[in-house]
Design a protein around this ligand. Structure first.
Ligand code: PLP
Length: 465
């Protein structure tokens, strides 16, 4: 008898009867129900049965400042009392959104002119696509409608953002991607590199392939290229050093806009305030969300440079109105909380903290890289992926049907660690306020999960150890 049948009035049973969960096998959920989290403090969360876990993924790559940030609670409460809502449509405004926009423009990693607010990373990317179309219409090039993005990259789940996303399960049976959303090879050297190929040659080959795609489609049909500095939900893929330099040269050659999706990398995750700086990017637009408010409230910011803003101003004048408006754009409570979060990132110099912790984190991860199951350890700052393989020498992956990654995170959960599996890559993205001792604790739990997974596989003959 499962807990669901056993206790029909439990939260788990009521959840199963009422809630739809994203990124979840909905049928399996009917049987196993949810893990229900009750409260959090620092990097720790506690479920409704009192079991404590290290939140090894910052929720969904987002609660960068951890739980229990009283300053964010206080600012949100105060703003709620003063002005819980106002909008930005038809020349209306309020001070929290101005304070936040000014700050973002001040800390932007490349010169930016204005900020457009929405409520999620997906909407931010959708809106970036809209701004790109507006830009090319203003240039008298309405045929520049297509977008390029990487296979495996995750850019969100509204219709345009899901089309940018290069993950088959976000498309299948949803009639996506939309026409004109094209995907290029994932810059993952470990998986996509050829025998004997250097990282530099790999980067050149991929950029060559992108050029072929551009020429095949017609350079004058491409509006923009979307990329993350490090592809987080794609399995924490760090492109080789030469890749972005070559890619940006190519985009300049064909006058293609660059949109940097900083939804995960923004606000210190890679060791700089923005991943744009870490990976030496020069985008026309930057999308931030998640860490922007440390996930305390939903908000995203799309920073646009002068030429994008000028085009928007010109065409909105032409049309009579900028026809993009959202009820909650720049919501005052979310904006105030985000402004306070940015104050904390700056005051506590969170990017420097990440740079200081990175060597310890990766030294531990590299030790885990010796484990018989781990094929590749990768990442940057405080985000990492451990790719589990059947054979370390040949990099042979496990049969997907075995669900090795998923099994490993179930073991991790048992050991009090919440991690995530992207295929057979275990991803880790702890809150940036994690202490050195807590990093040790997190890594010990990963090791225990790997050992249990290896033992299972050895028992069933799927791993020769
Ligand atoms: C890089 C990236 N872009 C966009 C999104 C979508 O953000 P949201 O879930 O807030 O819509 C995500 C979410 O994981 C993401 O990782």
């Amino acid at each position: 008898m499962t807990v669901l049948q056993d206790r029909p009035n439990s939260i788990e049973a009521r959840d199963v009867q009422s809630v739809i969960h994203g990124g979840t096998n909905l049928r399996r959920h009917l049987e196993r129900g949810p893990l229900v989290i009750d409260k959090g403090e620092g990097i720790w969360v506690t479920d409704i049965h009192g079991k404590r876990y290290i939140e090894g993924m910052s929720g969904l790559w987002c609660i960068s400042l951890g739980y229990g940030q009283e300053r964010l609670v206080a600012v949100g409460t105060e703003q709620m009392r003063r002005l819980p809502y106002y909008h930005l449509t038809n020349h209306r405004g309020h001070s929290p959104v101005v304070d936040l926009a000014e700050k973002l423009l001040q800390i932007a990693p490349v010169p930016m002119a204005r900020v457009w607010f929405s409520n999620s990373g997906s909407e931010g990317n959708d809106c970036a696509a809209r701004f790109a179309w507006y830009y090319w219409n203003a240039q008298g090039k309405p045929q520049r409608r297509k977008f390029l993005a990487h296979r495996q990259a995750y850019h969100g789940n509204t219709i345009a953002a899901a089309s940018l996303t290069g993950v088959p399960h976000n498309h299948r049976y949803f009639n996506l991607p939309l026409d004109g959303f094209l995907h290029v090879r994932c810059p993952h050297f470990y998986r996509e590199g050829l025998p004997g190929e250097s990282e530099e040659a790999f980067a050149a080959r991929l950029v060559g392939e992108i050029e072929e795609t551009i020429i095949h489609e017609g350079p004058d049909t491409i509006a923009a290229f979307f990329t993350e500095p490090v592809m987080a939900a794609g399995g924490v893929i760090v492109p080789p050093a030469a890749y972005f330099e070559k890619l940006q040269w190519l985009l300049r050659k064909y006058d293609i806009l660059l949109v940097c999706d900083e939804v995960v990398s923004g606000f210190g995750r890679l060791g700089d305030m923005f991943g744009t700086t870490t990976m030496k990017l020069a985008p026309d637009m930057i999308v931030c969300a998640k860490g922007l408010s440390s996930a305390y409230l939903p908000i995203s910011a799309l920073m646009v440079n002068q030429r994008i803003f000028d085009a928007a101003a010109q065409l909105s004048d032409d049309v009579g109105v900028f026809g993009l408006s959202l009820t909650y754009s720049g919501h005052p409570v979310a904006a105030a909380v985000a402004r306070e979060a940015v104050r904390i990132y700056e005051e506590q110099d969170i990017p420097a903290r990440v740079r200081a912790l990175e060597p310890l984190f990766f030294a531990g991860l590299r030790q885990l890289g010796e484990h018989p199951l781990v094929g590749e350890v990768r990442g940057r700052g405080l985000v990492a992926g451990l790719e589990l393989v059947q054979d370390k020498a040949t990099r042979q992956p496990f049969d997907r049907a075995l669900g090795v990654g998923r099994a490993c995170i179930v073991h991790a959960e048992k050991h009090g660690l919440l991690a995530r599996a992207v295929g057979d890559t275990i991803t880790l993205c702890p809150p940036l306020i994690i202490s050195e001792a807590e990093i040790g604790e997190l890594l010990a739990r990963v090791k225990a999960a790997l050992d249990d997974t290896a033992a299972d596989l050895a028992k069933t003959g799927h791993l020769n150890i």
